[in-house]
Write a protein that binds this ligand. Structure first.
Ligand SMILES: Nc1ncnc2c1ncn2[C@@H]1O[C@H](COP(=O)(O)OP(=O)(O)OP(=O)(O)O)[C@@H](O)[C@H]1O
Ligand SMILES: [Mg+2]
Length: 144
């Protein structure tokens, strides 16, 4: 399988909300796909981190969600859309250390309040919108 046979590439993955049963599966699949496409270690690592953080937030806070991966030779676009409680104050949620994690989430090893700020740090472009009671939408771009 050569690069030109696989790229451009698009795939969509469902993420179960309010459970950690399958947490991390989507980001692992995304990481494996990008490795097979022979992107650099650094690019794969950044894409895997932002996908993982978005996925865990869906598992933690949303009812259900979807992660769409779009790959062109120049960039990797990861879009995470969920249905759920949404975020009332995005600026606050983006702050390092801010978390509303429940004891269950903390018990799973999450809830440091670093996910969104790390997504921003590891993305070349990052957009977040949210509507309370409806859901949250993230768009991340990693330039290759
Ligand atoms: N998809 C989402 N739906 C609803 N609320 C969210 C979502 N993602 C993040 N939040 C809110 O924003 C806060 C900060 O998220 P962030 O990912 O930065 O930290 P965290 O998930 O609490 O901890 P960590 O990611 O370090 O394990 C969360 O505690 C939660 O209140
Ligand atoms: Mg998080």
């Amino acid at each position: 399988m050569t690069f030109h046979e696989t790229v451009p590439y698009e795939n969509s993955f469902l993420v179960e909300g309010k459970t950690f049963e399958n947490a991390g599966h989507v980001s692992r699949q995304v990481k494996t796909l990008l490795q097979k496409m022979k992107f650099s270690k650094e690019v794969v690592r950044r894409a895997a981190i932002v996908t993982y953080e978005a996925e865990i937030n869906i598992c933690s806070y949303a009812e259900r969600g979807k992660i769409v991966l779009r790959v062109t030779p120049k960039q990797i676009n990861i879009e995470a859309t969920d249905e759920g409680q949404g975020i009332a104050d995005i600026e606050l949620a983006m702050e390092e250390g801010y978390s509303t994690a429940t004891p269950k989430i903390v018990h799973m090893g999450f809830g440091a309040g670093m996910g969104l700020s790390n997504i921003k740090r590891f993305s070349d472009e990052f957009h977040i919108t949210s509507e309370v009671g409806k859901g949250t939408h993230l768009e991340m771009v990693i330039r290759t």
